[in-house]
Design a protein around this ligand. Structure first.
Ligand code: MG
Length: 205
């Protein structure tokens, strides 16, 4: 049992299996003693809460990066579109309101630092070494490559790169996360820590 985990965590919108959530928490619990954690693609904050609870234990920080306009598959008319997260006035997705509400209700406002921006813009002047980078952003090849290129360079030695939504079979899901996972493994820069469900874990050498 994770201290501080809301009883209704399953009610929070998101796409994260229980075993993946536990793995994120356990890694963040160890790594946040070394530095902050960065998550790319926070959506409504489900995984952010697991990372945040781990970081709170070590008085560390989660940077939660998301433009909060939804990924390709969340847009109006797409398969994973949620009308409750659509701002009809602006004609855009807006997951930030729901995200903030979930973080506040979990008491993580002092631990979770939202970065409401695109990946490339946020990385432009970034200098802080990161103990853990969790890539769970857009699933287009361009988005996944941008996330990989922009953020793995900031991972400290001994830090962990986690990549969500790895599907070897294209029928199960998009191939971009798996492509950057393979790139990372082939780079010689990481020790392979294996997979938990669709979550890949690699340690920066
Ligand atoms: Mg995901």
């Amino acid at each position: 049992m994770i201290p501080g985990l809301p009883d209704d965590i399953d009610q929070i919108k998101g796409f994260l299996a229980e075993d993946e959530a536990q793995a994120l928490y356990q890694h963040a619990l160890q790594l946040s003693t070394l530095g902050p954690v960065l998550e790319i693609g926070s959506y409504c904050g489900k995984s952010t809460i697991y990372l945040g609870l781990a970081c709170r234990t070590n008085n560390s920080t989660v940077f939660a990066l998301d433009h909060h306009r939804g990924s390709e598959e969340h847009q109006l008319g797409e398969f994973f579109h949620d009308p409750a997260l659509y701002d009809a006035g602006e004609g855009v997705m807006d997951t930030f309101r729901e995200f903030r509400s979930n973080i506040r209700r979990t008491g993580l406002d002092e631990v979770v630092v939202p970065v409401v921006a695109g990946s490339e813009a946020a990385a432009k002047h970034w200098q802080t070494p990161l103990a853990m980078v969790f890539i769970d952003g857009g699933h287009s090849m361009e988005a996944a490559l941008t996330d990989y290129r922009c953020w793995t360079t900031h991972l400290m030695r001994g830090g962990v790169l986690a990549i969500h939504d790895l599907f070897e079979d294209a029928h199960e899901g998009g191939q971009a996360p798996y492509a950057i996972y393979r790139m990372a493994r082939a780079s010689g820069l990481f020790e392979d820590l294996g997979q938990v469900n669709s979550l890949g874990l690699l340690r920066r050498l």
